[in-house]
Design a protein around this ligand. Structure first.
Ligand code: DX5
Ligand code: ZN
Length: 222
C-alpha cells in the first residue's frame, strides 16, 4: 500500500487552528494526528476535549488520536464520540491492554498501541493479532521538534517481520522527528504511516512539504 501522511496538529498555530485544519484538508495528507498529553504519563500538557471537538468540527479527514495519558480506558468512549477514527494507547500505560483494545473496538474505532523508544516490539507478540496499528515512538513522547532516534529503523523491521505471520495487514506508524531526511528509509523498513509535526508546519510551504512526503518512494532519501 501507499504510505499515509498524518500531520501532527500539535505543531499547528492554535490561534489559527481553523485555518491550519483547512490547509490540511486541502493538502495531500491522509489523516490528522491529534496528540493528547496529561502531564502525568508525559512531562507536558497539550489539550483536551474542547480543542479535540473544535478540530473535529472542521477536519475532513480521519482523526488519529494519540493518547499519552494514564488510565486511557476512562476516556476512550468520549474521544470516539468527539470524532476519533483511531485511538492509540501506550503499552507502558495499560495494565490490562487486551481489555483496553476491546474497549476501543467496542466504541467503534481502530485500535493502536504505541511503544516508547525503550520498549521492545517483542512484548506485542500476544496482542498483535488484535491490533489495527502499532505506533513506534521515534522520540521520547511529550514534545514536538525533537531529534529522531535511529534505533527506530531496527524496531520497525523487527515488527514488520513479526507481523508477517501474526497480522499481515498491520499498519506501522512512526512518530517523532520524521522528515524528508528519514521518510524513505522508514518506509523501506516497513512503516505505512508517517506522523510529522515540525517538518510540516515549520516548512516554508506546509502543503508542499506534505506533497513531497507523500510522493517519496521507499529507499530514495529526500
Ligand atoms: C510527541 C508527539 C508527536 C509530535 C511529533 O510526543 O507524539 O506526535 O507532535 O512532532 P515532530 O514531528 O515535530 O517530532
Ligand atoms: Zn503523536
Amino acid at each position: 500500500m501507499k504510505h499515509l501522511i498524518a500531520p501532527s496538529v500539535l505543531a499547528a498555530d492554535f490561534a489559527n487552528l481553523q485555518r491550519d485544519i483547512e490547509m490540511i484538508n486541502a493538502s495531500d495528507a491522509d489523516w490528522f494526528h491529534v496528540d493528547i498529553m496529561d502531564g502525568v504519563f508525559v512531562p507536558n500538557i497539550s489539550f483536551g476535549f474542547p480543542v479535540m471537538e473544535a478540530i473535529s468540527r472542521y477536519a475532513a479527514k480521519p482523526l488519529d488520536v494519540h493518547l499519552m495519558i494514564i488510565n486511557p480506558d476512562h476516556y476512550i468512549e468520549r474521544f470516539v464520540a468527539a470524532g476519533a477514527a483511531s485511538i492509540t494507547v501506550h503499552y507502558e500505560a495499560c495494565t490490562h491492554l487486551h481489555k483496553t483494545i476491546q474497549t476501543i473496538h467496542a466504541a467503534g474505532a481502530k485500535a493502536c498501541v504505541a511503544l516508547n523508544p525503550h520498549t521492545p516490539v517483542a512484548l506485542l507478540k500476544d496482542i498483535l493479532h488484535d491490533l489495527d496499528m502499532v505506533l513506534i515512538m521515534s522520540v521520547n513522547p511529550g514534545f514536538g521538534g525533537q531529534q529522531f532516534i535511529a534505533n527506530t529503523y531496527r524496531k520497525i523491521q523487527e515488527l514488520r517481520s513479526m507481523a508477517a505471520s501474526l497480522n499481515p495487514g498491520l499498519l506501522i506508524e512512526v512518530d517523532g522527528g520524521v522528515s524528508l531526511h528519514n521518510a524513505a528509509e522508514l518506509i523501506a523498513a516497513g512503516a505505512n504511516v508517517l506522523v510529522a509535526g515540525n517538518a510540516v508546519f515549520a516548512a516554508p510551504s506546509p502543503q508542499g512539504m506534505i506533497t513531497s512526503m507523500k510522493q517519496i518512494s521507499a529507499g530514495i532519501t529526500g
